[in-house]
Design a protein. Structure first.
Ligand code: DC
Length: 230
């Protein structure tokens, strides 16, 4: 078993907020793998890779020329770094990156690169890792697995109220459409698609507040989570 809490789920399901808070309460490191795929997408755009069907060869080069990981900063906080520098979170969550990230994250070269980095992170101790394929592919032997979901409309309303990732003229209907498209691309890709692991606990947050979901997870963990394994 790996000392990992895996939280997977579709876009805007509330994963990041929940994952961050669970990790804080347990005092363990939180790793957002979506931000790593977003970092790779930003690098692709900066290198003028914009095609809907980029070649594996150019993405292999992108992977071998660059470094994306999580590192402790001076204060000991874990931060996403791109080539040794702390990533600009506004840039990686921009609408341009959000629109292109599903194309880049389909690539074998990109996934092999980032999954390799993600597996190294158990050296930090007990970790909470959030993404799409953590329980199924990155850490199939994770000690705890959760799959968070919510209806497309609820997710669109939440995403719109957060701003940032959505275009300026976005509506609930247009955001719901973009989210549905990204779900489809993420779930239907050949490599490590978005899927609930058979042994993951399913939590539908459509009719639950953040605190209710958080409390459910904390109760489940409290019953089972063994801090001596830390
Ligand atoms: O969690 P997010 O919405 O910020 O993730 C952005 C994209 O990254 C998502 O649409 C698919 C991809 N992703 C992935 O393929 N595998 C992961 N483990 C995490 C994210």
């Amino acid at each position: 078993m790996d000392n990992v809490i895996a939280i997977d789920g579709p876009a805007a399901s509330g994963k990041s907020t929940i994952a961050n808070q669970v990790a804080q309460r347990l005092g363990i490191y939180y790793i957002n793998t979506g931000n790593m795929y977003r970092g790779a997408t930003l690098l692709a755009l900066e290198n003028n890779i914009t095609s809907e069907t980029p070649s594996e060869k150019e993405l292999e080069k992108l992977a071998s020329d660059n470094q994306i990981t999580y590192e402790k900063d001076k204060s000991g906080k874990l931060v996403l770094t791109i080539n040794g520098k702390e990533a600009d979170l506004d840039k990686i969550r921009s609408p341009e990156v959000t629109l292109y990230v599903s194309v880049i994250s389909k690539s074998n070269a990109i996934r092999n690169w980032l999954v390799r980095e993600q597996r190294k992170m158990t050296s930090l101790g007990y970790i909470l890792m959030e993404g799409r394929d953590i329980g199924t592919n990155v850490f199939p032997n994770a000690r705890y697995k959760f799959f968070l979901t919510a209806s497309p409309e609820i997710r669109a309303i939440r995403r719109l109220s957060q701003g940032g990732e959505t275009p300026k003229n976005a509506t609930v209907a247009s955001v719901a459409r973009d989210i549905a498209l990204r779900d489809e691309l993420d779930s239907k890709r050949a490599i490590a698609p978005l899927r609930k692991a058979d042994d993951a606990i399913l939590l539908d947050s459509s009719h639950l507040s953040i605190d209710e979901v958080l409390n459910k997870i904390m109760t489940l963990l409290r019953e089972n989570y063994d801090l001596t394994k830390k």
